[in-house]
Design a protein around this ligand. Structure first.
Ligand SMILES: Nc1nc2c(ncn2[C@@H]2O[C@H](COP(=O)(O)OP(=O)(O)OP(=O)(O)O)[C@@H](O)[C@H]2O)c(=O)[nH]1
Length: 223
């Protein structure tokens, strides 16, 4: 699988149930500022809960817990299942070079919820070169949006090239910002041969079921 089942590692705390020694799968959601990472989370959470997936969330913000507070207030998930990591000036450091704080938060969730299936880790908004450490996540999504311009795939940022699943969000805005969406999707597929590209409108939830299906198949093995 693209994310690599060999990446499913994690803690083996004494309180984790038998048959599930390695804790929840960890999935990263990264992407540029404002591309819709939190909006995607808000669409993913109820879908995973509806399919019986035990989930928790970690958000990364610069100096506040704004995204965590937004998710907690949303009523979509029990607030205590949402942990915030404050990353300071460098959002990518906390998900790539030194993911210590995120690893500690994920381990804390694994210990608090021994039956957890999935931890979604939202990165702080960053640039096109941001990526996740595979010490932190098993699989990661990179969210770009049409309002950022249809040349984004052609810029070949590391996030676009290397992520397990590329999501092109805000498809509803394509005509408003004069973006040729089919061409953008085609160019995205060309720069990441063999790896998936999905389109979403996180304002309405259109396309999000396919993201859930992909994560369920590649990461949860449909559990
Ligand atoms: N029209 C439209 N608006 C969207 C869509 N997805 C998100 N938005 C809006 O885009 C803005 C940014 O969305 P967020 O979910 O906060 O983006 P983010 O990537 O989490 O932002 P940062 O955490 O600041 O990097 C918000 O005003 C959302 O309502 C979409 O698919 N269509």
């Amino acid at each position: 699988m693209p994310g690599g089942s060999d990446r499913l590692h994690h803690t083996s705390g004494p309180d984790l149930p038998a048959g599930k020694p390695r804790g929840a799968a960890r999935v990263g959601i990264g992407g540029p500022v404002g591309s819709g990472k939190t909006a995607l989370l808000e669409q993913l959470i109820p879908r995973f809960i509806a399919r019986g997936t035990e989930i928790a969330v970690i958000t990364n913000d610069l100096v506040t817990a704004e995204d965590a507070e937004r998710i907690r207030r949303s009523g979509l998930i029990a607030p205590e299942r949402v942990l915030a990591v404050e990353t300071g000036a460098c959002p990518h450091t906390a998900i790539r070079e030194d993911p210590t704080l995120n690893l500690a938060a994920a381990d804390e969730l694994d210990r608090a919820y021994p039956h957890l299936d999935l931890i979604l880790v939202e990165s702080g908004g960053d640039n096109l070169a941001s990526s996740f450490s595979l010490d932190l996540v098993d699989y990661w999504l990179f969210v770009i949006d049409v309002a950022g311009g249809d040349d984004i795939p052609r810029k070949r940022g590391l996030g676009v090239l290397k992520c397990d699943l590329l999501v092109i969000n805000k498809t509803d805005l394509a005509s408003h910002v004069r973006v040729d969406l089919p061409r953008m999707a085609r160019e995205a597929a060309e720069v990441r041969p063999g790896k998936p590209v999905l389109q979403t409108n996180c304002a309405t939830g259109e396309g999000v079921d396919a993201v859930v299906a992909r994560i369920a198949r590649e990461v949860l093995f449909d559990r």
